[in-house]
Ligand binder design. Sequence first.
Ligand SMILES: CC(C)(COP(=O)(O)OP(=O)(O)OC[C@H]1O[C@@H](n2cnc3c(N)ncnc32)[C@H](O)[C@@H]1OP(=O)(O)O)[C@@H](O)C(=O)NCCC(=O)NCCS
Length: 286
Amino acid sequence: MSLPPAFTIAPMRADEVPILEEWAAQEGWNPGLADLAIAHAVDPDAFIALRQGGELVGGGTIFSYSAGFGFMGLFIIRADLRGGGLGAQLWHHRLNLLRRRLVPGASIGMDGVFAMAPFYEKGGFRLAHRDLRFEGVAHGVTDPAIQAYPEISFAEIETYDHRFFPVSRAAFLLRWLEQPGAHVRGLRQGDSVVGYGVARPCRSGFKLGPVFADNPASAERLIGSLLAAIPGEKVALDIPEPNGAGLELAAKFGLTQSFGCARMYHGPAPDLPLDGIFGVTSFEFG
Ligand SMILES: CC(C)(COP(=O)(O)OP(=O)(O)OC[C@H]1O[C@@H](n2cnc3c(N)ncnc32)[C@H](O)[C@@H]1OP(=O)(O)O)[C@@H](O)C(=O)NCCC(=O)NCCS
């Protein structure tokens, strides 16, 4: 199948990225204020445009983490053009492009809406688990043992992060930790980091992500400290469903399930310690 006349797929221009961001907000995905700018700064080639004539009518990202792991997100067709096959064309084009951008055999992840999972399965993705979004109002407690970045250094966080993410992602992480308005907290036991988490401002309120910890007790202290930094704000936290202790923690902090995604992989699912993932970084970039 080929695109109808006047439609083209090409790299997205920087001035088109805010349009994609606006569409994402309209879908209710509540993007972090800096999410797309960070992704664009780290991997500008991740942004793919569908245009009609010269006008952006659809898009999506195909993020490459140093060619070792890919992530597909922000798949949107302008509302008035949906249901006519454009999305399928854009999606397969993006998948083929991303596969060419990665080393042979590298896996690709995505968090897709449940209704679309059969379509992604036809494209070669397999369901790994569900990632569930919990939302509520931030009420936390400060904890004197919790330290803020950069008291916990970038090198420590970066090393720790890699235990919970398929590849090392220094360029992305540095910008993520240092984005305006973010709160970054970490916990040490002796000389070792045993957890860290980030709260970042979004269109509405804040999202926590990532929140990685050695055990539920450390995660509770981290989440409590992050929530204490943003009292009364609307907050969201996305937890892999297999992490039962994480789901219990969300309830303990008064957060209730509002949404969810199917975490799917093309290629082997990375062997990640899901019981230490108390918040995924984002549904858009992994
Ligand atoms: C998802 C989206 C990009 C698809 O674009 P589109 O042009 O409507 O898609 P197509 O007409 O090419 O259909 C592609 C496939 O998606 C399926 N699909 C589209 N919308 C769907 C929906 N709401 N629920 C279930 N399946 C859907 C179609 O059935 C088709 O699958 P098939 O080939 O197995 O029949 C578009 O509907 C959109 O922007 N939706 C809002 C944002 C969104 O939900 N994005 C996906 C996040 S994972």
